[in-house]
Design a protein around this ligand. Structure first.
Ligand SMILES: [Zn+2]
Ligand SMILES: [Zn+2]
Length: 453
């Protein structure tokens, strides 16, 4: 018997967390924190989970929408082991500590007494239950001894895995966040091509078609020439980037363009949390399957300049490339602090390469008219946006066409759609029904336990 329950509060990409019951084993897949909600509303719906009732948890990767609530969930499951890849363990620990700093700041600012939802000390305590199985090794999960699991590479970011859970002759695959194509650093997923009964599949890009003539290489060339154009006119370029994953991919992608002669050899300014995350990517550079194996971004001469003191802003001059977090230019981050001055200069170019929530300062800038006043920091007056802007697609998620092709090949009995907004999961549902009639497609309704086998 297999049962599945989404602990997310809505059909969306938010606090991703799922409860899977296989025979006698209860397994938690991911424990994310909602990036937009505040206080306890940002946590998955876990009131219905009894104390000490879950056998094991699996973390697919370190992004906070999959890992951010883990210490809170572990509080009510003190004996629960948590399995994740070795890089995910290091990345998650660093991201959770940073999350405590952000929550402490929010408590000061908003007097929301929910914050912090956990402390630095608690991370130290719960991380003792985190285990990293050896690569390609199947391991036992659950108290019955009849359930085991193995990790497959999911593409996406460093350390991302897609677990396959095997019990009573049934195989369940959870994709986590997945990308089948090679990125600049991270190689494409190596998911099983057969033998899966139940597939739990992400649907991030289900709402948008990718242009048929898209190629990552030509997109990279277009980006390099846009940057060159701006620098030649004595402007500067800023790319607000997520500290973990996107920053390292973009730095390496631009480094490749420099080596090809498409972009001048100047260092990129990075800062804050991105430095820490880039250091972790470097630590694993020879230990994982990746492109540019052995490359140390922090040690490559002339590649990066980092501010001397923690939190210090780089100096805003013409002719520079700033690769700063956060990706959505959230308040109190480097991209926001520098961005307020940056966007006023008509010579400058703001480059968008990732997702920006419609409410975020980044989206407010992207949706603005030239010369419009925009408030990107609530503590300061609005500023005029005079810089130009360009958007490029370097997603770490599979385009919807690849997701459908994968299900077509795998033909699982049941496909459960998760990690997508309503229009995205609905498009996937319709398309799969038409193209893969062998699979029963289910949109995971939050809170509802469904029997899937
Ligand atoms: Zn992710
Ligand atoms: Zn995600």
């Amino acid at each position: 018997m297999i049962k599945f329950q989404s602990l997310a509060r809505n059909v969306e990409i938010g606090a991703n967390s799922y409860l899977l019951t296989v025979g006698e084993s209860r397994i938690l897949l991911d424990a994310g924190m909602h990036p937009k909600q505040e206080g306890k509303n940002a946590l998955p719906e876990m009131e219905s989970i009894d104390y000490d009732s879950i056998d094991a948890a699996i973390l697919s990767h370190a992004h906070l929408d999959h890992s951010g609530a883990l210490p809170v969930l572990q509080r009510s499951q003190p004996d629960m082991p948590v399995f994740m890849s070795a890089p995910t363990k290091v990345l998650t620990e660093a991201l959770l500590h940073n999350s405590v700093n952000v929550m402490n700041y929010k408590r000061e600012q908003t007097e929301n007494t929910d914050y912090p939802l956990f402390t630095h000390r608690e991370i130290g305590k719960v991380s003792k239950k985190w285990h990293s199985p050896r690569q390609n090794e199947s391991f036992n999960i659950g108290r019955s001894g009849k359930t085991n699991c193995s990790f497959y590479e999911a593409g996406h970011v460093l350390g991302a895995v897609a677990p396959v859970i095997r019990s009573e002759g049934r195989n369940i695959l959870y994709s986590g966040d997945v990308h089948f194509e090679d990125q600049t650093i991270i190689k494409g997923a190596t998911l099983p091509q057969s033998g899966i009964d139940v597939l739990i599949l992400e649907s991030t890009r289900g709402g948008v078609a990718r242009p048929p003539d898209y190629s990552r290489q030509s997109e990279a060339r277009k980006l390099a020439s846009s940057i060159e154009e701006c620098l030649s006119a004595r402007g500067s370029v800023m790319m607000p980037l997520f500290a973990m994953g996107k920053t390292q991919e973009m730095i390496t992608l631009l480094h490749e363009q420099q080596n090809k002669g498409n972009l001048r050899n100047i260092p990129f300014h990075v800062g804050g949390l991105s430095i820490k995350m880039t250091g972790i990517y470097d630590r694993f550079t020879s230990r994982v399957r990746r492109n540019h194996k052995g490359m140390h971004m922090m040690r490559t001469k002339g590649l990066l300049t980092t501010p001397g003191k923690r939190g210090e802003l780089p100096i805003l001059n013409g002719g520079n490339i700033y690769a700063l977090s956060s990706g959505m230019m959230s308040e109190r981050t480097m991209s926001n602090r520098l961005g307020r001055h940056f966007i006023q200069n008509p010579r400058n170019l703001l480059v968008a390469v990732g997702y920006a929530d419609p409410e975020s300062p980044m989206a407010r800038i992207l949706n603005s008219m030239h010369g419009e006043n925009i408030q990107i920091d609530s503590r300061h007056d609005p500023v005029e946006r005079n810089c130009s802007m360009k958007t490029f697609d370097f997603s770490g998620h599979a385009p919807r066409e690849s997701l459908i092709e994968y299900v077509e090949k795998l033909k699982p009995e049941i496909t459960i759609l998760v990690h997508g907004d309503q229009p995205a999961v609905e498009w996937m549902h319709k398309e799969l029904n038409a193209r893969v009639p062998e699979t029963e497609v289910i949109i995971a309704t939050p809170g509802q336990e469904i029997q899937v086998g």
